[in-house]
Ligand binder design. Structure first.
Ligand SMILES: [Zn+2]
Length: 397
């Protein structure tokens, strides 16, 4: 069994077991310390087998390859020793680091150690050692990303199913360290649920999705964990220049009630919270959704030609409009102008109440047209370039 195989079997790591690796990796977490002290103590412990007070050295066994060059990656307090030739061939950022074309630290990484300390050389089995600390990266994200990099089958593109956490971890690190094939695969998953193509693909997103979008089921009582997923998508796609996913991601975000959003940790003024620019776009979006719902429902009060029974048909529409303004006051439904504000079953009610065929056809045509206009306006609601420009950016990638 290869080292990688044993990694899978020991963790039973699959697309549905992101939490397994979280537990496995994080079960060994040690208290933080500054880098120099931490490394000194970590290698002391590795040598003597006796942990120094407050420290625990955590080489991740199945991402700790022996008999290779001594480049070690660090995320939080976990260390990964991976084949550099494979790894650096795929990552232009790390290739530059490895070949010393750029030895200055950036916001992406820093040198935790670089030298020839005899103690470290003995432990790693070869002279010279570079330990590169990945900044802003959790141990779980690093383990997921490195596993996908080493084994091409570890993370596959659609139609293979994955979890959103898994996809976002790989998208984040593949973008950060410029590993293009993994970034493309992660984006292919996201684009199935957050399309930039047309409204028909939006309508079919549940059928196309390769990860759970069950947040749609929490129309009236959204739970914060699903909102977290949406906010993470917005934050990462903004940070790593994928604007064509943002209109539909913002749309989904604005379906949650404002109270839930304002109570979310990412909205509070603390480290790791959303940038102000994103918050502004969300608030503008909330206001725009109200207007768009009115637009999509305009068929309820527009004059209709060729009616066969004007008194009945007008009354049906008038009653429905009144119901929407009184009964259907659930925030999410009225915010969902592309969906729940008016769905297919609502036409059945018109038929059962005796609306004439002419009015029914007109209403459906107007609804379809108003909905298309709203879809066309979607990027503008959140201060984004129009769909054509967003699709051009995608093509230029
Ligand atoms: Zn009619």
């Amino acid at each position: 069994m290869s080292s990688t195989d044993s990694y899978y079997s020991s963790l039973e790591f699959s697309s549905d077991s992101f939490s397994d690796i979280s537990r496995s990796v994080l079960a060994h977490s040690a208290p933080g310390s500054d880098d120099a002290d931490f490394l000194a103590n970590a290698f002391d412990q590795l040598e003597t087998g006796s942990p120094s007070a407050g420290f625990q050295f955590n080489p991740v066994d199945d991402l700790w390859f022996h008999n290779i060059e001594n480049v070690v990656l660090q995320a939080e307090d976990h260390f990964f020793r991976v084949p550099p030739t494979l790894f650096f061939a795929k990552s232009s950022v790390f290739s530059d680091i490895y070949h010393k074309r750029d030895v200055s630290s950036t916001s992406f990484f820093t040198y935790a150690y670089h030298g020839n300390d005899p103690k470290i050389i003995e432990q790693l089995g070869a002279p010279g050692c570079t330990i590169i600390k990945m900044l802003g990266v959790t141990a779980v994200e690093a383990a997921t990303f490195l596993s996908a990099l080493i084994d091409p089958e570890y993370f596959e593109g659609p139609p293979a199913r994955e979890t959103l956490e898994f996809i976002l971890a790989i998208f984040k690190l593949a973008s950060k360290y410029e590993v293009r094939f993994l970034r493309r695969r992660a984006l292919a998953h996201l684009e199935r649920v957050y399309p930039c193509s047309d409204i028909d693909d939006w309508d079919r997103r549940e059928d196309f999705s390769t990860f759970s979008i069950e947040r749609q089921e929490f129309h009236c009582h959204p739970v914060s964990s699903t909102l977290t997923g949406t906010l993470n998508i917005i934050e990462l796609c903004t940070a790593y220049n994928v604007p064509w996913i943002l209109p539909t991601a913002f749309y989904e975000c604005c379906l949650y009630d404002m109270k839930t959003l304002l109570a979310h940790p990412k909205w509070k003024d603390c480290p790791g919270s959303l940038p102000n620019d994103i918050k502004t776009r969300i608030i503008c979006g909330y206001l725009a959704h109200k207007e768009e719902s009115s637009r999509v429902l305009a068929f309820l009060h527009t004059d209709l030609p060729h009616c066969e029974n004007e008194q009945v048909c007008s009354n049906i529409r008038r009653v429905e409009l009144r119901k929407l303004c009184t009964v259907r006051e659930q925030p999410r439904e009225m915010q969902d102008f592309l969906g729940k504000v008016w769905d297919m079953s609502d036409w059945d009610e018109f038929v059962s109440q005796g609306m004439c065929n002419s009015c029914l056809s007109c209403c459906k045509a107007l609804h379809r047209a108003f909905r298309q206009v709203s879809w066309d306006n979607l990027p503008a609601m959140y201060g984004l370039p129009n769909w054509d420009k967003l699709r051009a950016q995608r093509q230029a990638l």
